[in-house]
Design a protein around this ligand. Structure first.
Ligand SMILES: Cc1cc2nc3c(=O)[nH]c(=O)nc-3n(C[C@H](O)[C@H](O)[C@H](O)COP(=O)(O)O)c2cc1C
Length: 224
């Protein structure tokens, strides 16, 4: 074997060893594993979940997966709020305050109270809701758009991990997410922005049918 081939061979050996180590770490970490491709392909948004509680250890696995998202210059531009039980009232209050701020001023006191109560209930649609915010860093070479990219990647990691643990998730946003009253409820700093609420629980519905446009229709292969 030539010197170069020998060197390459060694490099591949090291890579294979590292891959084995990572796999072992993953198995130890989660107790179970789902092939990444299978998780990506089979994850669906699950809007209806049971109110059964979710073990804290599972929620921690989900959060940890979020923190392994790629992020430029290691800025780790995210913040999480885990809301369970009455804690979901934090989001509920946000929904209610946004609705009140946007409500028709002609509404009676009773009508307004009814509206707020209906909005507040939205936060209780799952036993666990994780709010995720991007916390952009003033980094010379990391534009804000990339901080959002990292925070969004964190959400995807979290959803795939939850799915691999047998949990259903849905990433919810909507106009209230970005409303000043919602910002106020979560006490966001100037540059921070909520990127979504991940509702988590054990599925109470069959995964919906899903379709995607074949990648060929979205892809240009450039080879010369
Ligand atoms: C940034 C973002 C925001 C979303 N907001 C909502 C939402 O407010 N309500 C909702 O029902 N689904 C929301 N979704 C979920 C999409 O509707 C869902 O991903 C899409 O229908 C594809 O279905 P799938 O996730 O099962 O593949 C959101 C997804 C993303 C990426």
């Amino acid at each position: 074997m030539s010197g170069l081939a020998h060197e390459r061979n060694n490099l591949w050996k090291k890579k294979r060893k590292k891959a084995r180590e990572v796999k072992i770490e993953f198995n130890e970490w989660s107790g179970k594993s789902m092939d990444v491709k299978e998780a990506i392909r089979s994850r669906r948004s699950i809007g209806k979940v049971k109110q059964d509680p979710v073990d804290k250890a599972l929620i921690e696995e989900i959060l940890e997966a979020g923190t392994w998202a790629p992020n430029h210059c290691h800025t780790e531009p995210w913040r999480f709020w885990v809301m369970t039980g009455e804690g979901r009232g934090l989001l509920g209050k946000g929904y209610a305050e946004v609705a009140a701020a946007e409500a028709d001023p002609a509404l009676s006191k009773e009508e307004l109270a009814k509206l707020k109560s209906a909005q507040e209930k939205k936060a209780f649609r799952a036993p666990v809701v994780i709010a995720v915010a991007v916390t952009p860093t003033a980094h010379a070479i990391v534009p804000e758009v990339e901080e959002y990219a990292a925070a969004h990647s964190a959400v995807q990691n979290m959803m795939l991990t939850a799915h691999s643990l047998g949990l259903g998730t849905i990433w919810r946003t909507g106009a209230p997410t970005y409303h000043p009253k919602m910002r106020e409820a979560f006490g966001l700093a100037a540059k921070e922005e909520l990127v979504g609420f991940v509702y988590i629980g054990y599925p109470d519905m069959a995964p919906p049918r899903a379709e995607r446009t074949p990648f060929a229709q979205k892809t240009l292969w450039v080879s010369e």
